[in-house]
Design a protein. Structure first.
Lengths: 445, 445
């Protein structure tokens, strides 16, 4: 009868071809909508803002914790306010962890970070509504403070989870905008800075069989290739100068002869052009690299259209998969700075250098994920990752780590991120199948 | 006797060698101090701020009007709040006008503008305390709103004084920062915008025999040459784009391949470097020119160190003594913009072009001033003027016009302007002698 067939189809739709429960993509879609509504400030053109240890991030953590409790998951919040939500597995042994971060850049998009956490929630909800359990304990991780725009430091939440956040960072690292110290921000979110200072880890690498971070692709590669998802082979490292400046001398724009000028705007322009030329040259020699001056600003109070600029503040971000290339770029920067200081009679103050090391993903874990994707008739493209992610910290702690990239139009870190739920579903299905067979399995029994 | 000799010396000190009364430099010094105190905001490192039609300018006008009334000068305030203070002369005929402006750039210096008005006050006070009268009526002019940083329009006060301010400017021109329309700002200062709209002039060119604007030099030429004062031969014209921008696309700094970027920061940097190269080339060919990008700013809300810049706002100021050179520079700009738009996949929006025509000073008036300076054993160096001044408007209205530059260290439009009162006194003595012999005189009788 029609009714019975429909019921059977409904039941079948709750299982993936290999028998794993279908992920609860509809729940994820509702949660994306709730996140957009509650962290968007009512101005769609401004995107969403989920400040690290600020209101938007706090709201996002409350939303996912509510859903995890609804499914009966065990919720643990560590000293840095990272949230770990665990569903009991069928077998003992190290857990599978799926997760990402819930903060965003200012005026960012709804998917960067959140997609990884909600993919874990969708997988867990799939098991929950099917009345099934994953092979191993499944922990969905919501990591704090991944977007280094806010505190000018990388991987705050994940480093703290491994007891690796330096105590001095709590005091010296300030949030952009409100200049609140990191420690004070963590305390205001309910964290325990004394435990962080003591270096007490929340996570034991030996207890985690695999960490998988699903994330929207932040570049145009998958969209250009017509692929829904990709498997990341490695994560770029970086060096950054977030608070660099060039000091010249303010002077009248019409009355200061060319050879008397100390023009900070011209000097910084020359530096930007020089570093772009260095990038072009090194890329031509086969180096992986990216150079970005994302912020360039004359002084709001002192600069005027009729004055030579006496000061320009700027940021510089250099990334590469290869530590040696970062060293070459650092040398190019030093040479350009010295050359331009002499030519323009200015001083550069690059300020502290921050950054992160490149990280390799786990080949065996990638092979397993690629095999599952192929078995399901899908296709997960291997690709490098240009941006830093918490997955790098898990990999550097010796945990077999992978990232699944999800196709996304318009890049990330802007209001126009455009992930399709169909592509998100591809990643969630892959994860559900992986959780069902368990880490290290070599294929269907 | 000693007492008598001292008294005679005092009396002699009140006269210049040619018999003109010594200017009251001590009064000017007290007024500079009062201006610094009352328009400095209590923060010396921020210099002074006398906003056009704002509080600081209003205070300055009150101070000089108070002094003029004390001397019994006739005070007239026109529809644009320009202040004309007149001391009766010995002879009939067109007046001598000495003056400048009393506004400043934001966080500017105490002398730019004010030195010209206080030189006139010092000369008038010299005549007043000596019980003498100048040859012709002496009008000290305090012009409004000369610093185009505020309203993005040149010579607002002096154009209004000649009935040449366009009515639409009252509505469309907004003050930087508070975005108050020019007309509203004039009205709040007590002006009569209806009269300005009707184009009613306050000044009759036929009634002004000479306009002389004393002003600190805004460049380093006199200081470098060891001269106290200079005589300006001509005033540079300009073209400006005060609200230009470059539009690219925000994108993740690590995940966006080089050939997908639309980097507005790189594009503007290339434009700055290209226009500097054009300046270098044209200067080498003998062109008089100055190119300044005084403001260059990524978006406060959208830019981040980890994002390719999607937008950069900037200002451009190009100046020359020669209209033809401005045309060449304009063509260089257009070519660079087109080239960089294609190379960087961005769009430049240069916005409206404003500017001013070059203006020649009056040769006969300059000759008279040079002869008086030489007769007094001094030396007034002839020199061009790189900046725009109200004197250009007086010259363009057919009034014999001159500018006296006063040596000044550290440039202008910054808190570190450093005019010495000894140099100011040289300019004031020259003016007193000129006022005593009257315009067009060929030498001592």
């Amino acid at each position: 009868m029609t009714g019975t067939a429909a019921s059977q189809a409904d039941i079948a739709a709750d299982r993936l071809p290999g028998g794993a429960p279908a992920p609860d993509v509809a729940l994820a879609a509702r949660l994306f909508d709730e996140l957009r509504l509650r962290t968007g400030g009512g101005r769609p053109e401004r995107g969403i803002t989920r400040t690290s240890y600020g209101l938007g991030e706090q709201i996002a953590h409350e939303i996912v914790q509510r859903e995890a409790r609804r499914m009966g998951m065990r919720c643990e919040i560590d000293a840095a306010c990272n949230l770990f939500m665990t569903m009991k597995g069928r077998e003992p042994g190290p857990a599978v962890m799926i997760g990402s971060h819930l903060d965003s850049v200012p005026a960012g998009g709804n998917f960067d970070g959140a997609a990884g956490v909600l993919a874990g929630i969708a997988v867990a909800s799939g098991f929950h509504r099917a009345g099934l359990r994953p092979a191993r304990d499944l922990t969905v991780a919501a990591i704090r403070a991944e977007e280094s725009t806010w505190f000018g430091a990388s991987y705050i939440g994940s480093r703290a989870a491994f007891g690796q956040l330096a105590g001095r960072e709590l005091d010296t690292v300030l949030r952009s905008g409100d200049r609140i110290p990191l420690g004070a921000a963590i305390a205001s979110a309910g964290g325990d800075t004394a435990r962080i200072r003591d270096g007490v880890p929340q996570l034991d690498p030996a207890a985690i069989a695999a960490f998988i971070e699903p994330h929207i692709e932040q570049g145009p590669v998958l969209a250009g290739a017509g692929r829904a998802i990709g498997l990341v082979t490695g994560i770029r490292g970086s060096f950054r100068h977030r608070e660099a400046r060039c000091e010249g001398a303010y002077a009248h724009s019409g009355a200061t002869p060319r050879d008397h000028r100390q023009d900070a705007a011209l000097a910084v322009a020359r530096l930007i052009v020089a570093m772009d030329e260095a990038w072009q040259k090194l890329a031509g020699e086969g180096h992986d690299m990216a150079v970005t001056f994302g912020q360039v600003t004359t002084d709001r109070d002192h600069a005027a259209f009729s004055k030579v600029a006496g000061r320009v503040d700027f940021s510089l971000d250099v990334r590469s998969e290869d530590t040696a290339t970062l060293d070459v770029a650092r040398a190019e920067l030093a040479a350009a700075v010295a050359r331009i200081e002499a030519a323009c009679n200015v001083r550069f103050r690059l300020g502290p250098e921050t950054g992160s090391r490149p990280a390799r993903m786990d080949p065996a874990l990638l092979d397993q994920l690629a095999r599952i994707a192929a078995d399901a008739g899908g296709d997960a493209r291997p690709m490098p990752c240009g941006a830093g992610h918490d997955a790098a910290v898990f990999a550097q702690n010796g945990i077999p780590t992978a990232m699944i990239f999800i196709r996304n139009e318009n890049g990330s870190h802007n209001p126009f991120e455009a992930m399709e739920m169909e592509d998100f579903a591809e990643a969630a299905k892959l994860l559900s199948a992986f959780c069902d067979e368990g880490p290290g399995a070599t294929g269907p029994a």
